[in-house]
Design a binder for this molecule. Structure first.
Ligand code: UGA
Length: 438
């Protein structure tokens, strides 16, 4: 390596976090070797085919940096070439709710104790994992560097971090310095700490964000009882700097691969030590119930849902991703089918995944086709294109122009003017605004 050549970076596990990490470090000028056991995925990445995940900006980044990005299925190639090994394998929940660390363990097993490399843990692991790994490999340089990127804005989040958390215990300082150097050009606030605290920062951050959402969802449910509008309440609350405006959007609950898994993992982690994390239990319960409340709203208008046709607009767990892991749409579709309803759905990107996951749902190729002849529509994902729809035409094509806006995304006045009976989450029902203003 010449004096100004940047050290090569190894990425183990080419999922969402791994691929974004690899592409972004290549963008910063590092040579990157990324390894995954999935031969098919590596073949696609090598051949320049369509990326296995939908993430805005990522295809361009991978293409632009192709000469600095090497994809392989041989972990030996990574171990030989790279002093920093970013572990980005997934840690799904086990039957007990604990994180499944088997993929992390498989990586650790292949790294030599006391070798030249440092293991940088980006996978979300329970607090105590780093300590356990170093008990087994005391000479292994180990850094906890949790990831805070969001799907849909992952590239942007990686390149413009709020903070970069770097946890290392005595003996791994050189590795912590090297990780700090790698992130320095991005300018995020560095947080140097010990390994266990870094691990807890990640879990606590996700748990807190999930708590904020469940909290505002409960406020929304109370707003419905007292005739208040939760979007106004959140606006007023969010201006308090101590509270802040983000993650105060009420709706049909959080989904995705992280909040569900990480809140349960933190609850179990606490439980395994004998501590009952009551607040987190409530946060999880509230979220489960929130997804189901929409069915109650439909029944209030339509009575029995047996034989009714219900359209779902959006299926991904949030916009700008095709990810449907833990998406509210999965619970909603099953509940509606359980009530005897006939369910049709449209999503601009997640169509392929939806066909696999929801075989009993008819997937339409346009919003208009999805709502044609429907008794009600539910806006599940706030895709920007839904704001631009011709809602007058949509209303005319439905049997009953009833819309439940599960994300409070649309303008109630506009929808009502288009002929809809509009219901949001925690917003005054039809006639409520008129009553409030008289
Ligand atoms: C989340 C965290 O935001 C990231 O910081 C973290 O790195 C990531 O998990 C992870 O651990 O990998 P992500 O799951 O991609 O990111 O998505 P979010 O943008 O956080 O949204 C999660 C869910 O909450 C979505 O279903 C979204 O619709 C919902 N949400 C979000 C609300 O219902 N209300 C809000 O105000 C915000």
């Amino acid at each position: 390596m010449s004096a100004n050549e940047k050290p090569a970076i190894g990425v183990i596990g080419v999922g969402w976090v791994g691929l974004v990490t690899a592409a972004c470090f290549a963008e910063l000028g590092h040579g990157v070797v990324a390894v995954d056991i999935d031969e098919h995925k590596i073949e696609i990445l090598r051949s320049g085919g369509t990326l296995p995940i939908h993430e805005p900006g990522l295809p361009e980044l991978v293409e632009r940096n192709r000469e600095r990005l090497r994809f392989t299925t041989e972990i030996g190639e990574v171990l030989d070439a790279c002093p920093l090994l970013f572990c980005c394998v997934d840690t799904p929940p086990t039957y007990s709710g604990d994180a499944d660390l088997s993929r992390v363990e498989a990586v650790v097993a292949q790294i030599q104790d006391g070798g030249e490399q440092a293991l940088v843990m980006k996978s979300t692991v329970p607090a105590g994992t780093g300590l356990a790994i170093r008990r087994r490999k005391p000479e292994l340089a180990y850094v906890s560097c949790p990831e805070f990127l969001k799907e849909g804005t992952a590239v942007e989040d990686f390149l413009h971090p709020d903070r970069v958390v770097i946890g290392a215990d005595p003996g791994s300082d050189w590795a912590a310095d090297a990780v700090a150097d790698a992130y320095a050009p991005l300018g995020g606030q560095p947080v140097r700490t010990d390994v266990a605290s870094a691990e807890m920062i990640k879990l606590a951050s996700n748990a807190f964000l999930a708590t904020k959402i469940s909290f505002i969802n409960e406020i929304a449910n109370v707003c419905e009882e007292v005739g208040a509008d939760v979007t106004e309440v959140a606006r007023g609350m969010g201006l308090d700097e101590r509270i802040g405006p983000k993650f105060l959007k009420a709706g049909i609950g959080w989904g995705g691969s992280c909040f569900g898994k990480d809140t349960i993992a933190l609850k179990k982690l606490a439980g395994n030590t004998g501590y009952h994390f009551q607040l987190l239990s409530a946060v999880i319960d509230v979220n489960e119930l929130q997804k189901r409340r929409v069915v109650g709203k439909l029944k209030q208008h339509l009575g029995s849902l047996t034989g009714r046709r219900i359209a779902l607009l959006g299926l991904a767990f949030k916009p700008n991703t095709d990810d449907m892991r833990d998406a509210a749409s999965l619970v909603l579709a099953s509940r509606l089918r359980g009530e005897g309803a006939d369910v049709r759905a449209y999503d601009p990107i997640a169509e392929q995944r939806a066909r696999e996951l929801l075989p009993e749902v008819e997937i339409s190729d346009s919003p208009l086709a999805a709502i044609d002849g429907a008794d009600a529509a539910i806006l599940v994902t706030e895709w920007p294109e839904f704001a631009e729809l011709d809602w007058e035409q949509m209303a005319r094509r439905m049997t009953t122009p009833l819309l439940v806006d599960g994300r409070n995304f649309l303008d109630p006045a506009r929808l009502r003017a288009a002929g809809f009976t509009y219901e949001g989450i925690g917003r005054p029902a039809d006639g409520g605004e008129a009553e409030a203003s008289t």
